[in-house]
Design a binder for this molecule. Structure first.
Ligand code: GLN
Length: 537
């Protein structure tokens, strides 16, 4: 790729164990450079064999983040978008399956005719090409690439090898390796241990990568003697060993790193001259970060869904609620409630200021969601239904207001006489589960003089989708007569996108996923409206 501007690359690897927050470190580094007026972006490498995150269970792997261009991505992409306030395309989430599929496809086309196709060079070339293409196409000054997994994993080897080669090709003044490790202490006042870091850096060096910079995760700030010891054993200068100690919010991590001189170290390493006065950018960012942990009064939200045992499975919804509450000077408290346990004790929901039903799939827990939506409607409690929460709110209305007691979604009961929610026409006959839903951003028409119109302040919006089923327009008139109207639609009125009950404190459902568009300091409109209504309840 003809990269005229010579992008600088920062490769972030992880050691010792997973879950150290490589994603947050990568986003924070990228944020700092963005605050220094650099044109930046982030890439996430996921060495697993799934083609994308779309087929993975959110309880095990966290939420599937949907990009504007319809990628079903690792949730780190969501972190990048929220930190950078910048849309990230799906090409920025690279997996082993994508790399191998395209290598194998090229082999079948005869593109390597005569050659024995191998991990080095064919697989590593494909990896390098993708990374360099992103840098060149987007004309980036700095690209941060986070390699998922832990050094020493079999799966990540080809990726680390490719990154190593990029350093040789682009020159070491243009490439930097950041290794994220852990300095555990066995009790609160205990000594910070360096051995895990020593071993993990050794493992990296064994495959030819000497890290330039270490970000050491620890509960309290890295002590001088720990830093000295790590520096000596890992061959990384003292100044380049950074403490990544626990803070209240992930959005404080950029400042923690900045205070230790991270930006200077990077600029020096990259020979980037000139003084960057970023104080204005910092003012904006600090204001946003501070607003996120205001100690205002709490708005209590019940989040009733299927994947509630892992907080990460609805991470974007959690963030979106926080952004919205912060914008009205309040704090949000979320109770996650398993919809399977709601039967019989739906009354417990009356103590909340608002009820939110996020996305979901399948039969388990669906009856609980239908009851929840009905309860919110009857008791006049602010309700926001997202995707599955939109669909089952419509089912609950059909059952309880329109007297179609057997109403359902055909996803749950394929033979129902009242298929309120039915398969999207183009989904008929789709057998592949991966990448086959209606995905990504689509334009939506918002009807004038509706609640939705007041919420969005315009008649055209673009929102991200991830669904296979939709509202059956056969029931439109009947619903309208009984008091539920559809105020947003797409594809010239073929698909219903927003439902509302005008005669209610706040009862809104959206077929799309507004949570993916919410950013710190820039809350998504429907979240803001819902949170405001809950606050008044
Ligand atoms: N299961 C529903 C569908 O496929 C809803 C999907 C979702 O909530 N993301 O249409």
């Amino acid at each position: 790729y003809n990269n005229l501007m010579q992008t600088k690359f920062i490769f972030v690897t992880g050691g010792v164990m997973s879950g150290l927050g490589k994603g947050v470190v990568s986003s924070s580094i990228c944020k700092l450079l963005q605050l220094s007026d650099q044109k930046v972006s982030c890439v996430k490498i996921d060495p697993y064999l799934n083609y994308d995150a779309g087929t993975m269970n959110p309880i095990a792997h966290g939420e599937v983040f949907v990009t504007d261009d319809g990628g079903e991505c690792d949730m780190d992409i969501g972190n990048y978008e929220r930190f950078l306030n910048q849309d990230i395309p799906k090409s920025h989430n690279i997996t082993t399956a994508q790399i191998y599929s395209s290598v194998i496809e090229s082999e079948r086309k005869g593109e390597y005719l005569g050659a024995c196709v191998q991990i080095i060079p064919h697989v590593t070339d494909e990896i390098k090409n993708r990374i360099k293409k992103i840098a060149a196409d987007e004309e980036l000054e700095i690209l941060v690439v986070e390699c998922g997994g832990t050094v020493g994993d079999i799966e990540s080897l080809p990726f680390l090898e490719a990154l190593r080669q990029i350093r040789v090709e682009e020159g070491s003044e243009n490439v930097m390796f950041v290794h994220v490790t852990l300095a555990p202490s066995l009790d609160v006042v205990g000594e910070q241990k360096t051995k895990p870091t020593q071993h993990s850096v050794q493992e990296l060096r064994r495959i030819g990568i000497q890290p330039d910079l270490l970000c050491v995760r620890c509960t309290s700030p890295l002590q001088d003697k720990t830093r000295n010891k790590i520096s000596m054993f890992t061959n990384v200068t003292n100044n380049d060993v950074f403490s990544c100690h626990d803070v209240d919010s992930i959005f404080q991590v950029p400042e923690v790193l900045y205070d230790q001189g991270l930006v200077d170290v990077i600029f020096k390493k990259f020979n980037k001259m000139g003084y960057v006065n970023a104080s204005q950018n910092w003012d904006v960012w600090n204001k946003i970060v501070n607003s996120l942990h205001n100690e205002g009064e709490s708005i209590n939200i019940a989040m009733v869904g299927k994947y509630v045992t892992l907080a990460d499975s609805y991470v974007s919804v959690n963030h979106a609620l926080k952004h919205a509450a912060a914008s009205i000077g309040k704090k949000i408290t979320i109770d996650w409630i398993d919809s399977e346990n709601i039967n019989g004790n739906v009354d417990t929901l009356s103590k909340y200021n608002g009820i939110l039903v996020p996305g979901g799939f399948g039969t388990r827990g669906s009856e609980g969601i239908i009851k929840t939506a009905n309860f919110a409607r009857e008791k006049n409690i602010p309700y926001l239904g997202i995707c599955f929460g939109f669909q089952l709110a419509a089912v609950s209305f059909a059952r309880n207001v329109c007297n179609h007691t057997d109403a359902n979604s055909t996803e749950i009961e394929s033979e129902t006489n009242n298929p309120i929610i039915d398969l999207l026409p183009e989904q008929d006959g789709v057998t592949d589960m991966g990448g086959s839903l209606r995905l990504g951003a689509n334009e939506i028409d918002v009807k004038p003089d509706t609640i939705a119109n007041r919420i969005y302040g315009q008649t055209k919006i673009s929102k991200r989708h991830r669904h296979r089923y939709e509202f059956n327009t056969k029931y439109l008139d009947e619903f309208a007569q009984k008091g539920m109207i559809f105020s947003g639609e797409s594809d010239n009125g073929r698909r219903m996108e927003i439902l509302e009950i005008p005669d209610h404190k706040f009862f809104v459902g959206v077929q799309f996923h507004p949570e993916f568009n919410s950013r710190p300091g820039y809350p998504e409109n429907v979240f803001k409206a819902f949170t405001t209504a809950a606050n008044q309840n």
